[in-house]
Design a protein around this ligand. Structure first.
Ligand code: NI
Length: 175
């Protein structure tokens, strides 16, 4: 089932999420729905708060746009940032409206530990594009968006655009 994606400035995107206590059928279904929603969007990652669920759960696929997919479901992930800081060029987010993109500093490498959908524990090093995606999605679990990493000036300009856009929408659809 394709789920509705929560958009900034929705407060649910600011919540620090709770760990998943047990991988129930409900959680497994949620993971499947999140993958379906991510591919349909289309995007390369989706975190639970983006569909309004405040749990430490994310899905990603660096090969989402390719024929051979590489879906990953990460439950209660933990990240250790390693290596140099690199510029993640023109990052975007399914929850950040108006197709806004900006350069964001990220670590080139991370150590990832997490539980998979079948309960398996993983502990591995991710680099490059995969490392950047997992940092972006992980931020969502702590109530952070990529626009929290940009300069105050850029952020203010963007917030002004969003306010105008929201006003145009409410003018179009008066209650
Ligand atoms: Ni995002």
């Amino acid at each position: 089932m394709i789920l509705e994606i929560v958009k900034y400035p929705d407060e649910r995107l600011k919540v620090v999420c709770e760990p998943v206590e047990e991988i129930t059928d409900e959680i497994r279904q949620l993971c499947d729905d999140m993958l379906e929603t991510m591919y349909a969007a289309p995007g390369v990652g989706l975190a639970a708060p983006q569909i309004g669920v405040s749990k430490r759960l994310l899905v990603m696929d660096p090969q989402a746009a390719e024929e051979v997919k590489k879906p990953r479901v990460l439950i209660n992930p933990r990240l250790e940032l390693l290596g140099e800081t690199v510029v993640s060029e023109q990052e975007g987010c399914l929850s950040v409206p108006l197709g806004y993109r900006a350069d964001v500093p990220r670590s080139e490498k991370v150590r990832l530990t997490a539980t998979l959908q079948d309960g398996t524990q993983i502990d591995e090093i991710l680099e490059g594009y995969e490392a950047i995606i997992v940092q972006h999605e992980y931020d969502h679990l702590d109530g952070k968006l990529f626009i929290d990493h940009i300069s105050r000036l850029k952020r203010n300009l963007y917030d002004t655009r969003v306010k105008k856009w929201l006003k145009r929408q409410s003018d179009k659809n008066p209650r």
